[in-house]
Write a protein that binds this ligand. Structure first.
Ligand code: FES
Ligand SMILES: [Fe+2]
Length: 410
């Protein structure tokens, strides 16, 4: 792949990444990445090329578009795309930039985004600018008042919304802007093994929450979500069911696409998904004995962070918009039998209310942390054993940064 980066940006990135010693060490000697990796505008431009335009990006779950005709517009790495289910039942992701003059099909006067969902049901996609219409496989089907210049028949034969390479992993929809990207699944062997029993593709998503303009870098979101060290202090009274001391950390191997660790619950009846720490809804059918006792925290960088607890799965889908800003789409999924059970709506309402406390606590912390990284006095560690995933994420990142810098040097 060629890059769009000018030499000034590359020089700045090389300077920022000048000292990566010990960034991937075990925690006892690990150092943080240089702070500019989280704050610099030039580094963000580099990162788009090194990561967002060539890695697998989780955009959602197949059941978010359950019926043919369901369309979910999203902006991923600045690109308007749509996740949809076409009329033959296949899940597709394609560019949502109209191939007439480039108006994003779901924006402008067509803007339908709300904080609780923006699912559109329609057999076609219609650009709001001049009403060009597209089939759900992206092919142009109608273009008003064009016949005088180009016969619509000819337009239909040649014009199609660009299709984006898509891979579905246990019901999670990933896209890759690099048409030559290697498959995702072989890099997710550990997560694949964990997910064998979860029936994740069958779980039912609740309407998603969209939070906009969060003021922190996407990598800080993963760091915070993956380290339980803060939970005893930031989430006092909210996180007791899965205390930090019960977290366990394994190894990360080069090539791994996931960074994850389990934290054991205080008992099999404990739950992070309720107000009082007790389990309120059924355990996901199929889970093994071990899986019923713990919560798995897993990142599939760059865009996915998942919390897999015995009663539910919570997916955070990061939508970075700049070096220090991102939007976040959160999707909670439950087994169908739980959703259909008596009293579920109330259980879910209370869960959401309680979870919001933790979300706000994390937001305050992560936003403050971003300001700390702006400081000339920002540190590079040291770390606690409970931050064992941070050098793992560093290693994932450094693999990508180094790869692009080497390509540019050739
Ligand atoms: S830009 Fe979409 S119809 Fe003209
Ligand atoms: Fe937290």
């Amino acid at each position: 792949m060629t890059t769009q980066l000018d030499s000034g940006v590359v020089a700045r990135v090389r300077a920022i990444l000048g000292d990566l010693d010990h960034c991937t060490d075990p925690v006892a000697t690990a150092r943080l990445l240089p702070r500019e990796v989280y704050t610099s505008e030039e580094f963000w431009r580099f990162e788009k090329e090194a990561i967002f335009y060539r890695e697998w990006l989780c955009v959602g779950h197949v059941r978010e578009v359950p019926e043919p005709g369901d369309q979910l517009p999203l902006t991923v790495a600045g690109e308007p795309v749509v996740l949809l289910r076409d009329l033959s039942g296949d899940v597709r992701v394609m560019s949502a930039v109209c191939q007439h003059r480039g108006h994003p099909i779901f924006d402008g006067v067509a803007e339908k985004k709300t904080d609780t969902g923006c699912l559109i049901k329609n057999k076609r996609m219609v650009c709001p600018y001049h009403n060009w219409q597209y089939e759900l496989d992206g092919r142009l089907v109608a273009a008003p008042s064009m016949t005088e210049t180009v016969p619509v028949k000819r337009l239909r034969e040649t014009i199609r919304l660009p299709q984006i390479k898509t891979e579905i992993f246990h019901g999670l929809v990933f896209i890759n802007f690099d048409p030559d990207a290697k498959p995702l699944a072989p890099t997710l062997a550990l997560l694949d093994e964990e997910l064998q029993t979860w029936g994740l593709d069958e779980l039912v998503p609740m309407p998603f929450d969209l939070r906009r303009e969060l003021a922190w870098n996407w990598k800080l979101h993963h760091d915070n979500a993956l380290e339980p060290y803060h939970t005893a202090y930031v989430h006092r009274g909210v996180h007791e069911a899965a205390p930090a001391k019960n977290a366990r950390f394994g190894e990360w191997t080069p090539g791994d696409g996931q960074v994850m660790h389990p934290t054991y619950l205080t008992s099999e009846d404990a739950s992070l998904a309720s107000a009082d720490g007790g389990r309120k809804s059924i355990i996901i059918p199929g889970l093994g004995t071990e899986q019923r006792k713990r919560v798995m925290f897993a990142s599939v960088p760059p865009l996915l962070f998942g919390i897999f607890q015995p009663t539910m799965v919570s997916l955070s889908i990061l939508l970075p918009t700049g070096p220090g800003t991102m939007d976040l789409r959160r999707v909670n999924l439950y087994p169908k039998s739980a959703v259909e059970s008596e009293g579920f709506d109330e259980v879910y309402r209370i869960y959401k209310e309680r979870k919001q406390v933790a979300i706000d606590q994390d937001a305050a912390t992560t936003e403050a942390l971003q300001r700390g990284y702006d400081s000339r006095f920002a540190p590079r560690g040291p770390l606690s054993w409970m931050e064992g995933n941070i050098p793992h994420l560093n290693a994932w990142l450094i693999e990508r940064y180094t790869r692009l810098l080497e390509e540019i040097a050739q």
